[in-house]
Ligand binder design. Sequence first.
Ligand SMILES: NC(=O)c1ccc[n+]([C@@H]2O[C@H](COP(=O)([O-])OP(=O)(O)OC[C@H]3O[C@@H](n4cnc5c(N)ncnc54)[C@H](OP(=O)(O)O)[C@@H]3O)[C@@H](O)[C@H]2O)c1
Length: 341
Amino acid sequence: MRVLFIGFGNVGRRMARILTVERSKFPGMKPLDDLVTVGIVTRKSGALISPFGVDLEGALKEMESHGSFNEKNRGFCPLTAEEAVSSLDFDVLLELSTLSIENRGEPAISHVRKALERGRHVVSANKGPVAFAYRELSQLADLAGRRFLFETTVMDGAPVFNLYRSCLKGCVVRSVDGILNSTTNYILGRMEEGTEFAQAVREAQDIGVAEADPGHDIDGWDAAAKVAALANVLLGGDVNPYDVQREGIGAVDRRRVGEAIRSGRRLKLVCRAWRDEKGVQGKVGLEELPMDHPFSMIGGGGAVLRIHTDLMGPILVTQENPDLYDTAYGVLADLLSLKHG
Ligand SMILES: NC(=O)c1ccc[n+]([C@@H]2O[C@H](COP(=O)([O-])OP(=O)(O)OC[C@H]3O[C@@H](n4cnc5c(N)ncnc54)[C@H](OP(=O)(O)O)[C@@H]3O)[C@@H](O)[C@H]2O)c1
């Protein structure tokens, strides 16, 4: 299996770590031992390519110690992602670049489209392609007889799309709801304990729950992208994050959180997608939930998804304080699915 990495940030590097320096800790990854990395392309940190296989461990060390690939490296190449996807010989595109809400999922959507048009499989950690262009890309994948997989885009490696595809056969999903953004859940939890908003954001960054720029989490965009992905895949919708009614937590203060607690409730940023007479809809908004509501139990950087179907359920998938291993696992699980046909 020859793979092309687009992006080698936190997720790509953690995958590389699991497959190389930490490989002995994870015996289940054996089927991926013959994985050949034909290229690693970033935006401004350089690219490495080799048809015989880039040294993944070496690339990891180089990126971790210098923050970029060295021009003196034998495989160094001034290739852009677009050029790499269009010209290199690979079996699977790993789309691990940054989500762009402003550019409506581009350029990742173009990377995925080109790979599928060339008859390659795609595994995406980037939510853009599934949130903005799922219908087009899944049809393209079907036409090409290839797979377009994205397990880690919602709740990291916790089974969401795999659960739907493999374990809910014959069920029609009527709606989903849940808490899908760890950063905002962590911040609201700390505010319940008396921490000011700005301090809670800093803490979330310090412990690695929030990104250096947590704007997309706080404004509800990350959650809206996840709602769009679920609406498209589980409910058969054709919505994008701009169609999702969206409220963030930027206007929440300690007083509001405290009032909810005093009335025996918890303030949560709840994600919903459902089908009604107008079609498939999505919403991200603040809700006060009773203490014994299953979503109220989700503390820290955890997440939960509840799936309501016509025949079965509701089913809850919960996740306790995920980290980068969980995210990397979601991508590796998709590679294993491809490997096992
Ligand atoms: N981290 C998580 O916990 C998590 C969880 C689930 C899903 N995801 C998603 O997974 C993806 C990767 O996350 P991450 O944490 O690894 O992000 P990151 O640390 O910010 O790394 C992003 C990588 O993508 C590269 N990149 C960005 N735009 C590019 C372009 N146009 N062409 C080529 N390379 C490009 C960057 O290169 P430069 O550094 O050179 O700019 C960098 O190597 C994101 O879409 C994220 O939303 C992340």
